[in-house]
Design a protein around this ligand. Structure first.
Ligand SMILES: *[C@@H]1O[C@H](CO)[C@@H](O)[C@H](O)[C@H]1NC(C)=O
Ligand SMILES: *[C@@H]1O[C@H](CO)[C@@H](O)[C@H](O)[C@H]1NC(C)=O
Ligand SMILES: *[C@@H]1O[C@H](CO)[C@@H](O)[C@H](O)[C@H]1NC(C)=O
Ligand SMILES: *[C@@H]1O[C@H](CO)[C@@H](O)[C@H](O)[C@H]1NC(C)=O
Length: 400
């Protein structure tokens, strides 16, 4: 018997935590510990892994032993850090930590993330819902796991769940973006400057000076608006908007834990071009390739239906309706025009394809350039399609 096994038996015999035997053969790519979309998007060097199978092979042959994080809800290194007895037994044997979690930890309700954050990742959970933000993405939410499935596309710094503003008609040419800029692409760092991020039980807060989507001196690559077409220069003369975007994200609202309250704050200050409108996106939600089915919550009959109206809450679901996410912005907020704006981007590999929902509050120009603070609240409903419908009904009853 190897010396470490003696140790295991001793700890197992005396402590509350259970330790394994050699007869348990776990699925090391079990959805509790591995999600191919999360994995490929979390690491800048893995973007070229073109299929879920290739990503899984990489995880099993390399990533797992290297102590990489395979899922938004579980990370072997954080599991060891959080659970001292397991850490004493396994040291840096990440594979053994995963085995322990699958054999015992999950049933003993042990958690695979460090409270308050670890190495630039910040996770909170209630029940089956896990929400993760990262310093890499300026504190933006780059993981939302429910039912062991990653919902969020974090391919580059323009996806995630994040806040952004743009000055119409300048579009991306004047576009402070919470998670970072276009040139951050898949980089482990961001041009956004994170000021503060906290996680406490079911509440996450953050404050960031967001990057401009196009760096100072850079040029637009898309051909979107009249004054910001392919080749147009950035309007911003600095890389980072030196005024804060802040947020408070709370799991639990309308009486259920599959409702998320998302409060955003924006400082409007500094040098702006002469604009027609400000679009405040609070937030944008980029979903993985699986969310292809678009529905509306109809507030008149309180049912879900195929999508028809841009002013009714949108919901994206997987084709089987097992996973769904919708956004709901209450009436009566500080806006001159409101809409839910949807985009589909169907190119790219499995970890890159995305559909998105943008909650857009539009403001007319202010009479003077004095600094202002604008604040908005949006609710995010998560679960299967029936849970999301229930969540929307509850929100409508609670908020109206
Ligand atoms: C970060 O935010 C928390 C909660 O809002 C606050 O208590 C703390 O002082 C902030 N820290 C910094 C460095 O701003
Ligand atoms: C961009 O689109 C406009 C029409 O909106 C068109 O006139 C122009 O030629 C396009 N420019 C490029 C570089 O594709
Ligand atoms: C990722 O998606 C973007 C935007 O849809 C696309 O331009 C790019 O070619 C894709 N890259 C890969 C490697 O799939
Ligand atoms: C999501 O899509 C990928 C392919 O893009 C597929 O392999 C996977 O099975 C899908 N997952 C679910 C839960 O639908």
């Amino acid at each position: 018997m190897a010396p470490w096994m003696v140790l295991l038996l001793l700890v197992g015999a005396t402590g509350d935590v259970h330790f394994g035997s050699h007869v348990f053969h776990p699925d090391y790519a079990h959805p509790l510990v591995f999600d191919p979309v999360f994995y490929v998007n979390a690491y800048s060097d893995l973007g070229q892994l073109a299929t879920p199978q290739i990503a899984k092979d990489h995880w099993l042959n390399h990533g797992m032993d290297e102590g990489r994080q395979g899922s938004g809800q579980f990370h072997s290194k954080q599991y060891l850090k959080r659970n001292a007895e397991i850490s004493r037994a396994f040291g840096q044997d990440y594979k053994a930590a995963i085995k322990h979690f699958l054999e015992f930890g999950q049933y003993e309700h042990l958690q695979g993330y460090v409270l308050g954050g670890y190495n630039g990742r910040y996770t909170m959970s209630v029940g089956h819902l896990f929400i993760g933000a990262s310093a890499r993405m300026g504190g933006a939410i780059d993981s939302l796991v429910w039912g062991k499935k990653e919902f969020i596309n974090a391919w580059d710094h323009g996806r995630e769940i994040q806040t952004t503003i743009n000055a119409i008609p300048y579009g991306e040419c004047f576009n402070p973006t919470e998670a970072g800029g276009a040139s951050d692409y898949k980089s482990p760092t961001t041009k956004s400057v994170l000021q503060n991020i906290t996680v406490n039980a079911n509440v996450m807060t953050s404050k960031v000076y967001p990057a401009f989507w196009i760096r100072a001196g850079g040029h637009e690559v898309n051909n979107r608006t009249r004054v910001c077409m392919r080749g147009s220069p950035a309007v911003n003369t600095v890389d980072t908007y030196n005024h804060a975007f802040s947020k408070v994200v709370t799991i639990g609202c309308a009486g259920v834990d599959y409702c998320i309250k998302y409060e955003s704050g924006f400082e409007i200050a500094g040098k702006w071009p002469k604009y027609d409108f400000i679009n405040l996106v609070a937030p944008a939600v980029y979903l993985t390739a699986n969310f292809t089915n678009l529905l509306n919550y109809n507030p008149e009959n309180h049912q879900l239906q195929p999508h028809t109206k841009s002013t009714w809450p949108p919901i994206y679901t997987t084709p089987d309706h097992k996973y769904a996410l919708g956004v709901y912005a209450p009436d009566g907020q500080d806006t001159d025009m409101f809409m839910y704006y949807l985009t589909g981007q169907h190119d790219g590999n499995f970890a890159n394809k995305t559909n998105s929902m943008h909650v857009v509050f539009r403001k007319r120009p202010f009479p003077d350039a004095s600094p202002r603070h604008l604040a908005y609240v949006t609710y995010i409903c998560v679960g299967n399609v029936d849970m999301v419908a229930d969540c929307m009904r509850r929100l409508q009853n609670t908020l109206v």
